[in-house]
Design a protein around this ligand. Structure first.
Ligand SMILES: Cc1cc2nc3c(=O)[nH]c(=O)nc-3n(C[C@H](O)[C@H](O)[C@H](O)COP(=O)(O)OP(=O)(O)OC[C@H]3O[C@@H](n4cnc5c(N)ncnc54)[C@H](O)[C@@H]3O)c2cc1C
Length: 393
């Protein structure tokens, strides 16, 4: 909808096809979004979709060590994602986008300078498609683009709880193999004694539902109650962008393009920012009457210029983090706490650009001193590889 809004606001004719009968539902998102990112996307903090505002996060290690990263001012909004999507749909409609519900696209076929859209009960031929199909990545296969590897798609599940006692200003992140091997469990305060609780984990590590039940029991005991109908599950992708996000007559955006932060699986802000670039390039292509691969390659050139180093560094850190034992994670927590580094992260940490924060963390001598020598070696190699990506400490 962000790509569609962008293209239509430049006077182009845009049709948006959605397979479901309602925009935003079913929803597969926790809705934790940086306030800075929302502002950059031109999304206001409106009461009809914002549930809470938070100013920091507390991180918990496998053995229970913890530190808090916080700011004096609000950092993130907790939104009802389905309602945010409805708001974006209204905005897109206002700019002239024609939204068609109950319209599942089954296949895309590129031929002779156009794309055929083959749907359930409909067919259309257009100059340009922006594929925003999400994590399923079924349609991009049909046009010869490479989807994300299956190993990057982690099963996730969450629900909303009532009757919780929780500081409404802080999100909780719990790492370690006990609850969420290969990812983390989250607790997001919604205010009024409610919280959104979920986790994702590597494939082959047991049922995510059983893991979530265990986490709920151990974190909250028996005093809380799941809110009916709040269960959400889905896949979180952690490998970063696919190899190529364009071809003649087609651009790929959002989860389908892998425009998701590899460390947290958060895709709304990076996906939205890249989608607005796609909408702009699409509008330019219409104006130039040029839908060639060469022209549309501008899209990838622009998003890579802004985000590539970030994706590369965080993807690397994700792959290192995936290999850490609980003991090593505990040692890193100890180094962050003893070196007082969490105070620095509070000052310069960025919810959407983790790469820069990690580089700064690795440039901190107190952190190095507190780190055991084995992990120090690992961090040094990471820093060397990062140096080659062009990000500076
Ligand atoms: C449990 C969970 C929690 C998450 N929490 C967060 C979070 O707190 N913050 C954050 O930033 N990110 C979060 N994410 C990730 C975030 O949800 C995604 O990055 C984001 O939704 C991607 O947006 P998208 O528009 O690319 O895809 P989607 O939101 O998946 O939208 C794709 C749309 O395309 C439609 N569609 C798909 N195929 C077709 C077809 N063939 N024909 C027609 N329509 C089709 C779908 O119905 C859907 O409406 C979470 C993900 C999960 C699973």
């Amino acid at each position: 909808m962000i790509a569609a809004r962008e293209a239509a606001s430049r006077g182009r004719e845009v049709i948006l096809l959605e397979e479901h009968r309602e925009i935003g539902f079913p929803c597969h998102c926790a809705g934790l979004l940086s306030i800075k990112g929302l502002a950059e996307l031109g999304i206001p903090l409106r009461e009809d979709f914002v549930r809470n505002i938070v100013k920091g996060a507390s991180f918990f290690s496998p053995s229970g060590l913890s530190f808090t990263v916080e700011r004096d001012e609000p950092v993130a909004a907790v939104v009802e994602r389905g309602l945010l999507d409805k708001f974006l749909a209204e905005e897109a409609s206002r700019t002239g986008v024609e939204i068609t519900l109950n319209s599942k696209v089954k296949r895309l076929r590129r031929d002779h300078g156009s794309v055929s859209i083959i749907g359930e009960g409909f067919k259309a031929e257009v100059d340009l498609v922006i594929d925003a199909e999400g994590i399923s990545q079924k349609l991009i296969r049909g046009v010869g683009l490479q989807p994300s590897p299956e190993r990057c798609k982690l099963p996730a599940m969450q629900l909303d709880l009532a009757g919780v006692t929780l500081d409404p200003d802080y999100v909780e992140i719990h790492v370690g193999s006990k609850f969420a091997p290969g990812f983390f469990a989250w607790v997001i305060p919604l205010g009024d004694g409610e919280a959104r609780v979920g986790l994702a984990c590597k494939r082959g590590k047991g049922k995510v539902k059983d893991r979530l039940e265990r986490f709920l029991r151990e974190r909250f005991g028996d005093s809380t109650k799941p809110i009916e109908g709040s269960n959400r599950s889905g896949l979180i992708t952690t490998c970063g962008p696919i190899a190529k996000t364009y071809t003649a007559n087609l651009l790929v955006v959002g989860d389908a393009a892998g425009h998701v932060k590899p460390l947290t699986g958060g895709g709304v802000i990076p996906g939205g920012l890249c989608a607005s670039i796609a909408g702009r390039v699409a509008a330019e292509a219409v104006e130039a009457g040029d839908f060639s691969e060469t022209f549309l390659g501008r899209y990838e050139e622009i998003w890579r210029r802004r985000f590539w180093s970030e994706f590369k560094v965080t993807r690397l850190v994700r792959s290192v983090a995936d290999r850490l034992s609980d003991k090593s994670i505990d040692r890193i927590f100890k180094a962050v706490i003893e070196g007082g580094v969490y105070r620095e992260i509070s000052a310069w940490g960025d919810m959407d650009f983790h790469g820069r924060s990690i580089i700064k963390l690795l440039g901190n001598t107190d952190f190095w001193r507190a780190l055991p020598s084995t992990l120090g070696g690992l961090a040094r190699s990471l820093l060397t590889i990062m140096g080659k990506t062009g990000l500076e400490t």
